[in-house]
Structures are given as C-alpha cells and as structure tokens.
Design a protein around this ligand. Sequence first.
Ligand code: HEM
Length: 541
Amino acid sequence: MAQTQSSQGVLSLLTQPTILPFFLLAIAYTILKLLDKTDIPKIKNLPSIPGLPVIGNLHQLGDNHAKIAQQWSEKYGPVFQVKMGNRRIVFANTFDSVKNLWITNQSALISRPMLHTFHTVVSSSEGFTIGTSPWDESCKARRKAAATALNRPAVQSYMPIIDYEATKSIKEMLLDSKYGEIDLDPNAYFTRYALSTSLTLNYGIKIEGNVNDEMLKEITHVERVVSNFRSTSNNWADYVPLLRLLPGNSTGPQEYRKRRAAYMHKLLNMLKQRIADGTDKPCISGNVLKDPEAKLSDGEIMSIGLTMVSAGLDTVPGNLIMTIAYLSSPHGQEIQSRALKEIHAVYPPAQYPDPWAASLSDTGEKIPYLTALVKETLRYWSVIPICLPRTSTREIRWRDAVIPAGTSFYMNAYAAHYDASHFSNPETFNPDRYLQDDTLDDAAASRGTPHYGYGAGSRMCIGSHLANRELYTAFLRIITAFEVLPAKVGSDRPVLDALGCNAFPTSLTLDPKAFKVGLRVRDRGVLEGWIGGSEERTRDL
Ligand code: HEM
C-alpha cells in the first residue's frame, strides 16, 4: 500500500509541467543510448569513421562497401573500425594489413559471425554451410571431411568429371553459336559447368539437360538470392534489430529457405535411393552415408551438401566468364595469342595432336602462363569483394590497438587487390605479374599468398584446388577451341571493371551484367576430334 502511494507520488512529480519535458528527454536519451549500443564497445587507438547514432556508418557505406572503405582507408589508414547498426566491425583494406590480421593472427581469427537474415531465417531448417559456421567441434569435423575430399590428390582423381563437363559446355557453345556465327553470353554454360561438377562430386548426380535445364535454373536462382541474404551490405536488419520488427521483413528469406530445402532434400533422397538400389556412383556424401564408422550426423551431411552446392556456384563462373569477357577486348587478343603460343610450347601440335587429352594426365598445371592467367583472374575480378566475415576468438593487437575477442572483421579483398603499394599498376590486367616469382604457390598462404581471391589463413577456401583446376582446364580448352572476339553489336560488349561489371553491387559474390562475345572456331575438324575424344573417354561417367 505504502509502495503504491510512493510510486504515485513519483509519477505525479514527473508529470508536472516543469519536469515532464526533461523526463521525456531523459527517456528518449536512454532509448537512443540503448539503440546506439554496439556488441563491442568502441576500440581505443583504432581509427573510427564518424557516423550517425543508431545506424552508424551504414548509410555512408551504401551499396558500394568495397569502394567506400577503400576511399576511407586513404584518409584513416589501412585498418579502421566502423559501426554498422549495433555491430562494430574492423575493416582491413591493404594487402599487408590483411596479411597481418588474417595470416599472422590466423588462430585468433578462426570463427565466423552469425547474421540475423541468413542464420536465423534462411538457414533455420537445413543448417549452415561450412563457410557460414562459427568455429566449433562440428564445424571442424565438417571442414576436415570436405577438405580431405577436395585436397590436391583428390582433385586430380576428379579430372574425368572436369573433362566431361568442360567438353559438354564447349560443345553446346559451339552448336548454340552456330559454329561461331552468333555471339553468345557464356554465363549459363559455365554456371552449369561449375554446378554439375560439384553435384557429381557430392551426390554422383549431374545436370543432364542443356543450359535451360529446370533444376539448373532453380538452383542457380535460389542460391543467388540466398547468397545475397548473406551479403555484408544488403540486409540492414542484420545490423539494426528494430528493422526486424517491420512486417514482411522475413517473407522473402522464408520463401527461399523452402525452395532451397526442396532441392537439397531431393538430391539427398535421390542418392539414398541409389545406394539402396546399388546404382550409386562414388561421391562425397555417399562415402559418408555408407561408412559405418563415419562420425557425421545427418545435419552435418546436409551442411556439406549445402556447401558443395553453393560454394563454387557463383565464384567459379564469375571468374571464368569475366576473363572470357576480357579476352574479347583488344588487350585480350594479345593475351590469347600469347596463351596459345605457351600452350603449343608445352604441347607441340605435332607431338600432342590433342592438348585436351594430354593436359588431363598431367599431375599439375604444366603451362605457367595459364596458371598465371588463373591467378590474375582471381585478383583482378575479386568476385567476393568483401570476403566472408570473420570473428576473433582471442584479442588481437593492431599497432597500438587491442581488439577484443568477439569482434567482427571484414577483409576488403577488392582494396587489397588494387593496393598499389603491393601490386604494380593494379588497374592493369596482367598475368605476367605472376610469372616473375615462381616460388609462389597457388594456395599455400604460408609460402606467400598471390592474392586473396580465396581468402587467407585459418578459414581460407578449401575448394581452391578444385576451382583452380576448373578455371585452368576451361581456359586451356576455350583458347585452343576459339578465338574470343568482341561482340558484333557494341551494346552487347562487357563492362571490364571489377565493380562496374556487377549487376547487383550489394551482392556477396559478383553477379556479372549480361554481355556477349564472338567465338571464331580455330579449326572445326580438329575441335570436333577433341570433343569426340573426350566424349569417348567419359562415356561411362
Ligand atoms: C573460384 C572459385 C572460388 C572462390 C573465388 C572462392 C572463394 C572463397 C572465399 C573468399 C572464402 C572465404 C575464405 C576466408 O574467410 O578467408 C571461401 C571459403 C570456402 N570455400 Fe571457396 N571459393 C571458390 C570455390 C570453391 C569451391 C569450388 C568449393 C567447394 C566445392 C569451395 C568451398 C569453400 C568452403 C567450404 C569455404 C569455407 C571455409 C571455412 O569457412 O572454413 N570454394 N571461398
């Protein structure tokens, strides 16, 4: 009773006309402070970009994070902190600062953050891919299983699959272009190449149809949309929790979660049925399902499947088709002539009438210029301009700053790739830059990282050996099959700028604007012979 009376007394005092405005102001201030709070308090001695209350720097980063952060680094230094809604993010923007944080501190930078749209809405039923999982025992086990299936010797044993898929795409381009008469957009052919290779490896199931195949179109579309739910710049609701309350905020993500679940379960069930019938082909998920000793749960097998379906789907074709776009330019004509000369130097036509077949039995990549072309492709196009985010598990020192455990880190791979203090003339597409030092290894961060196209350090891409072989093989075959020419109609020609070529600048992975190239067949009879040889070799796949 006494308590009620005293509460009423306080209330009547606060609502007096002279006190009320101050009281309301105090409430507004407290709410603002609460909304403005970040997961990690402001980090001392680390440059901070001035922004607005609550949203912080979100509006300034806009839809061009990589470019804006690159410009800030010129003013504030290579590493700075931003406030994106209620998250504090450390951005690294130069080659050396990434090396220091991602490689020197790799054991402390081993986890990944959880983002509302992707982790809570899109992935609520089928779980996370490896690349979106925070570090724990399950992530370690899934990563180990997938990395073993994607290591260098394993990839060598997948060459028949790459042989089959590369030939299928080139043959279809040959026919669809009417033997070079009609200009083509190469996108769908190489999307199928990447997806079908991954499905065959994981489920023993390939895309049987042409580039208009329904399953191909559904998976490609859904995975592209899902990838954008993971984007660091697309979803303000990931950073400003209040926005999650807006009606309809999760309708899109939920629809795509269901569509994704439908094909993921269909693929797994097809594999289980084939195992039951004894008609399955050796594959990654099949090996786990059939192994009585396997320690992976059903959820973990699904996670590996999700990873295999999505990880190479935008990244391999994005790189491949943008370099095909580049080859059609005037400078690209010189690169093609040089590459052909280098291919002939390793496989002289008189001795090796079929370089497609000859290159398959090589245990590594034998043509240094093509390996350099792959590396320059990965640098120049920077298809994941802001790399998959990381979270620190221990404190990390950067100059005078001590960055606490639990902080999110964004690598601006685009800015690091265009860092003029590391690469001479970074704006120039120049494979030769990777021929100067042949001690560089394509994926061994510890022996010198040629680029950050595959990220760096403890959570670096584990598909790099497979992706390198896919890119190398496709370049070798395209360059020996065709002269890639500019499209006849000027408006069909590609944009050749790494950020400018993106149809959706906020996407996680480059989504190239549509374009066409011309394909002049070098020698139809010889090419048909190579295609026939490959079809013969892969008849039983
Ligand atoms: C050219 C093609 C590819 C590019 C550019 C690429 C790029 C990347 C990047 C930038 C990361 C993040 C690395 C980091 O945080 O440091 C990553 C992670 C990953 N990639 Fe790739 N990737 C490609 C192809 C593939 C393929 C074909 C697969 C498998 C089939 C694959 C599997 C993975 C996995 C499992 C991770 C997560 C690793 C982890 O979180 O521990 N990638 N990739």
